[in-house]
Design a protein around this ligand. Structure first.
Ligand SMILES: Nc1ncnc2c1ncn2[C@@H]1O[C@H](COP(=O)(O)OS(=O)(=O)O)[C@@H](OP(=O)(O)O)[C@H]1O
Length: 349
């Protein structure tokens, strides 16, 4: 009697493990056929992708009609004919981005992208594609292959903060689609420079001091504008280059400081600019005292609260006040010019 009960239990355990194996096998089979690529990605999976070199992913030409200029559209159609690939499938199409976060490095671009990804009508690439600066030679089909699939009405986005300071980026983006909406997260250029320096220091602890890199020589106190941490903060200069190709109305300047102090307020502006319903709001954020930054109550694809990673919101090294003051004086005229050009006073002086 006891033994037959044992056998029944043993058989049900066997059946259960067989069923589990079957489920796992089915899942992997679907993944291999590419179907699970269309499933919504999680916040965690995207974080893992951040370090993935885009070059390691394969291209699959699909529909981008909505955003392509005529000449590119024709090329794309030829490609589709040659490859005999479906233009789209039931899980949506890979489209070129209709909106790009083009900068600035250390402005808060990751925070903005992750906040936007909560929105059901936004799909974005997790990693920075660097197409319009580093990988332009790989071609448009390569770029499109990096994009997530979107359904009609959803916006495709990417962020690569180095585009803002890349001379060729505006003409290249305009060649693809001159209607692209451009978002620039700007932050006090002095704090931005220190943040940039902090990042480099974390990778290279033997780096010279901030002041020795920022000043051409200590006695004259002249600022070294050839140092990228300084040069990136000349927002007016970089914007001039972009305005040769895009009208001001196609830009949104997000205040990096307000993205921290009032994320819901900045997100309302961003959603309006993108023509999205205001879905992301106060209820999505909480202030994490330990991190000292707003975090998400429910990031995309997760039910648990989540802050950005350790590389976002790092403590900065102490910089002598006199050096910071010199930098502040240096940036003042550029900042004023930028306020005039953008029509917004960011109050950094
Ligand atoms: N919510 C939230 N959590 C953490 N960090 C936040 C957040 N909002 C803005 N920031 C600020 O984002 C700064 C990093 O900017 P980026 O994401 O543009 O950096 S990068 O260019 O992609 O490396 C990062 O700079 P540091 O503080 O110097 O690390 C943060 O100040």
């Amino acid at each position: 009697m006891g033994c037959s009960a044992c056998r029944v239990r043993f058989n049900s355990a066997k059946a259960l493990s067989f069923l589990t194996m079957l489920l796992i096998f089915t899942y992997f089979f679907y993944c291999l056929t590419g179907i699970c690529h269309s499933a919504p990605r999680t916040f965690y999976a995207d974080d893992e992708r951040l370090g993935t070199p885009p070059g390691n992913r394969s291209a699959s030409p699909v529909d981008a009609r909505a955003v392509q200029p005529r000449s590119l559209l024709e090329d794309s159609n030829k490609n589709n004919d040659n490859n005999n690939m479906p233009v789209s499938n039931t899980f949506g199409s890979k489209r070129f981005p209709q909106a790009i976060i083009i900068g600035v490095k250390k402005g808060g671009t990751r925070a903005l992208l992750e906040f936007l990804r909560i929105h059901p009508d936004v799909r974005a690439v997790g990693a920075e594609p660097h197409f319009f600066d580093r990988f332009y030679d790989k071609g448009l089909e390569w770029y499109r292959s990096l994009m997530p699939r979107t359904l009609d009405g959803q916006i495709t986005m990417e962020k690569t903060p180095s585009y803002f300071v890349t001379k060729e980026a505006p003409s290249r983006i305009c060649t693809l689609n001159c209607q692209t909406k451009l978002i620039v997260v700007v932050r006090d250029p002095v704090t931005r420079a220190v943040s940039d320096y902090t990042q480099t220091l974390s990778k290279n602890p033997g780096l010279p001091s901030f002041q020795s890199l920022a000043l051409r020589n200590a006695s004259t106190g002249l600022i070294d504008t050839s140092w990228s941490a300084v040069r990136i903060g000349l927002y007016a200069k970089h914007l001039e280059n972009w305005l040769q190709y895009f009208p001001l109305s196609q830009f949104l300047f997000v205040c990096g400081e307000r993205l921290v102090s009032n994320p819901a307020g900045e997100m309302a502006r961003v959603q309006d600019f993108l023509g999205l319903k205001r879905v992301v709001s106060e209820k999505h954020f909480y202030f994490n005292q330990t991190k000292g930054f707003p975090c998400l109550k429910k990031p995309e694809g997760s039910s648990r609260p989540r802050c950005l990673g350790k590389s976002k919101g790092r403590p900065h090294p102490q910089i002598p006040t006199a050096v910071l003051q010199k930098l502040r004086d240096f940036y003042r005229p550029y900042n004023r010019h930028f306020y005039q050009m953008s029509g917004q006073d960011f109050g950094w002086d």
